[in-house]
Ligand binder design. Structure first.
Ligand SMILES: [Zn+2]
Length: 102
């Protein structure tokens, strides 16, 4: 059986070592409000479609939604969940904040 490597500290993980999968789901926050500058929704849609035609679909998907995963040892996982971005202000939004962040 192959060994795993912690993707953070690169420690070798044997099959009986605890290991954790970190899945990061990132998606564009959208509050349902459409910011139009002509006030004409038909016109806005036509403009949007014109823009979309010029965009690489993969790039567009990555802009809207991205899901990545990592395998970590227990120490790295514990450190990650305490403060994922090593940020000074470790405030976390709750589920209810989705669609309300501007
Ligand atoms: Zn590690």
């Amino acid at each position: 059986m192959g060994h795993f490597i912690c993707q953070c500290c690169e420690k070798e993980l044997h099959h009986d070592d605890p290991r954790y999968i970190i899945e990061i789901k990132s998606f564009a926050d959208f509050d349902g409000h459409f910011e139009g500058n002509t006030g004409n929704i038909d016109c806005e849609i036509v403009n949007l479609l014109k823009q979309i035609e010029d965009i690489d679909i993969q790039a567009l998907e990555n802009d809207v939604y991205k899901n990545i995963s990592f395998m970590l040892c227990k120490e790295c996982r514990d450190r990650f969940v305490r403060n994922p971005f090593q940020a000074y202000n470790n405030y976390q939004y709750t589920e209810e904040a989705k669609g309300t962040i501007h």
